[in-house]
Design a binder for this molecule. Structure first.
Ligand code: MOS
Length: 694
């Protein structure tokens, strides 16, 4: 073939970038089939109890209102694997905000007015919504999220902690956080001659298709779910959400297309959240800083209807060498919405605690915190004993320290002042596992020399189309401009969810295999494409199910510089620098964007974001972006993301690890450690708002 291969790693611009910035890219709520009706969810206004009566007559009398669905008249669902999807099936109210009715009307405004006119009476029971570290409802589950065992022990951590010359015993308390993607969840459902088509804002429409088939008793061939453009999700769209079930129910009930959007003020109750955690970390070390024991114990909450256990102690099984270790998760079911995935579930909150504790240990020892981490580098994965396929933590710490100018610092706390500002610097490590899910892709060669890649990948803002074209072009040894990429529909070969930082690895491996098979088939045809074209298909079932002889993780290091106003307690992050080791970087532009995005989210976690549970009201207080403070441009000044070139032969054919989540992991700890260096104050809770520092 005569073309110069487009190298993997090139900083190509997003293929759909123009559509997005010109507003022609259409999102789930921007589809308006003829005859469309709009649904508005009526949320429960009590935190625990039952619906005893629903009066819908006033709502139905309003102009434009078409119908009101309640548990009394809504279509019955078959098996729905996820309890959060079993809406309008019975009178139970498991938490405030649970949908108790759906008003369907000719306009969005009429639907909302109708929802206000529905009168619901409840029988209430006492509610319990506040997690504490010693909550009587806490129990030890079998597994935490991700399928990890809830409890792991090595050696005798208690005895080793008691015997260690230097010890840290610290408890970190994190409140709930909400994902709040820019595009709220929305679904537009329509039936045409027995075929259901749904435009859904989702991270994986194959999964949504499968859930709808199960819930409504439909065959795969009768359902198409499209997620063409998605305005972020951060995990909250990784599983189907109630609005898609409600839209399909209402479309079936009315025989008309129905759109259900989740207003931002309903999101806190309906689309999951990062569960709060109370995390006790105990470290025991020799005087030279070599760890003898690590103990990380998590208490977290889940809802009454679903067990979701934030796996925050899992990274402690990966990070540092130590002969004795104990990692434990416990969970308490409360009258709260079901928690779920939020960017780096487990690793993100867990590494906040572990990396804060490592900083506390460095302070107690008088050892440099970068040096302390280097001193505890393991030769194999501590928990499993498996060798690492590659482990770039030391390189990230060293390279980050050099770029940041780390060693210029005076290690003493609260000594660097500029005017009324106290200045400090902090460091923390990052880690995220390498995951791979089953996906299938096809690659078609046309006689004109063009190619079409088909795989149900989802682009949630990451640039999936672009990187898949690069992967295909590299395998086909052609120019990426010759490759058309079709993604975002469940009619395409099945793709895994854009989650777990595994999308590119999973879809990309399938694309690479299909493209390689196509090249072989073409060679059999003497290098000429037959008149009708030729297609090859391949999947990753085998890779996804394979037992790995190596421990595979991405690593990183964050460095932060903060200025704390000694009068007001305001913290500003002046600089943040991350260095990552994540295998081969497949597109320098979109990868940088993901790393930076994760770091910004970590900055928000450290300083501004928080969902406050109101114990009396029984719900989260923040319901909009005016009260849930995500960082703005003014909060983000000097942010740099770099990476180490990592050549790891044990990964997928592209040699890549995932990059979607590691940017947030550890970043909040780096900021907190910098605040401690600046002020001398060790805060063990986030966000660090002015009132907590004064
Ligand atoms: Mo991510 S929280 O795995 O979508």
């Amino acid at each position: 073939m005569s073309h110069t291969p487009q190298p993997l790693g090139a900083p190509l611009v997003r293929r759909e970038g123009r559509e997005k910035v010109t507003g022609t890219a259409r999102y789930a709520a921007e589809h308006h089939p003829p005859g469309l009706l709009y649904g508005w969810i009526v949320p429960a206004t009590v935190p625990s109890g039952r619906v005893t009566a629903i009066r819908t007559s006033r709502a139905l009398a309003l102009p434009g209102v078409h119908t009101v669905l309640t548990h009394e008249n809504a279509p019955r669902l078959g098996q729905a694997d996820d309890p959060v999807l079993r809406v309008l099936q019975d009178a139970r109210v498991p938490h405030r905000g649970w949908p108790v009715a759906l008003v369907v009307a000719g306009t969005l405004e009429a639907a909302r007015a109708g929802a206000d006119a529905v009168h619901v009476t409840y029988g209430t029971s006492p509610h319990d919504v506040v997690l504490t570290g010693d909550h009587p409802g806490l129990y030890t589950p079998e597994k935490a999220n991700g399928g990890y065992p809830a409890v792991r022990t090595r050696g005798d951590a208690e005895a080793a902690l008691a015997a260690a010359p230097v010890g840290i015993d610290a408890t970190y308390t994190l409140g709930a956080l909400h994902n709040h993607p820019m595009e709220p969840h929305a679904s537009t459902a329509r039936w045409d001659d027995g075929h259901l088509t749904v435009h859904d804002s989702s991270q994986g429409s194959t999964t949504v298709r499968d859930s709808l088939c199960q819930a409504f008793g439909l065959g795969e061939d009768h359902v198409t779910v499209v997620s063409e453009h998605v305005g972020g999700g951060f995990g909250s769209k990784g599983t189907p959400r109630p609005q898609v079930v409600l839209a399909v129910m209402a479309a079936r009930h009315t025989g008309r297309p129905v759109q259900v959007s989740v207003p931002r003020r309903h999101m806190a109750a309906l689309v999951g959240h990062r569960a709060p955690t109370v995390q006790r970390v105990r470290l025991g070390a020799d005087r030279d800083g070599v760890l003898r024991a690590v103990s990380h114990e998590i208490a977290t909450h889940t809802s009454r209807i679903k067990e979701f256990v934030e796996q925050a102690a899992v990274p402690a099984r990966v990070m540092y060498a130590s002969p004795h270790s104990r990692t434990v998760h416990r969970v308490a079911p409360l009258d709260v919405p079901s928690p779920s995935w939020m960017r780096a579930p487990g690793e993100c909150p867990g590494m906040y605690a572990l990396e804060s504790a490592m900083d506390e240990l460095a302070c107690a020892l008088g050892t440099d915190p970068v040096e302390l981490r280097l001193r505890n580098e393991p030769v194999a994965e501590p928990d499993s004993g498996r060798p690492f396929s590659s482990r770039g933590l030391a390189a990230c710490l060293t390279e980050g320290a050099r770029r940041f100018g780390w060693y210029d610092r005076d290690p003493r706390p609260a000594v660097r002042q500029e005017g009324g500002q106290l200045i400090g610097t902090g460091v923390a490590s990052a880690t995220y596992p390498v995951l791979l899910s089953p996906s299938t892709a096809s690659v078609h060669a046309a006689p004109d020399g063009s190619y079409t890649v088909r795989v149900n990948a989802t682009d949630i803002g990451t640039g999936a189309r672009t990187v898949l074209a690069q992967i295909a072009a590299a395998a086909l040894e052609t120019d990426q401009e010759k490759v058309t990429v079709e993604i975002g529909s469940s009619d395409l070969p099945a793709g895994s969810v854009a989650g777990g930082s595994s999308g590119t690895a999973s879809w990309g491996t399938a694309v690479h295999k299909a493209a390689t098979a196509l090249v072989r088939r073409l060679a059999e045809h003497g290098g000429t494409v037959p008149p009708g074209g030729i297609t090859a298909t391949a999947g990753t079932e085998e890779e996804a199910g394979r037992e790995q002889p190596y421990a595979q993780h991405a690593f990183g290091a964050h460095f932060a510089e903060v200025a704390v106003d000694s009068l007001t307690g305001e913290v500003r992050v002046r600089r943040m620098l991350g260095v990552f080791a994540a295998g081969r970087i497949l597109n320098a532009r979109t990868a940088r964007s993901q790393f930076i995005g994760g770091m910004v989210m970590g900055l928000g976690m450290a300083l501004t974001e928080g969902s406050t549970m109101d114990p009396g009201f029984g719900d989260f207080a923040e319901r909009d972006l005016a009260s849930y403070h995500i960082p703005t441009c003014a909060d983000v000044t000097d942010l740099e993301a770099h990476w180490i070139e990592e050549d790891d032969p044990h990964l997928n054919p592209m040699g890549s690890k995932g990059i979607g989540e590691i940017g947030i992991v550890g970043s909040a700890a780096a900021v907190g450690n910098a605040v401690r260096h600046a002020t001398g104050a060790r805060l063990r809770s986030l966000p660090i708002t002015p009132d907590t520092l004064l």
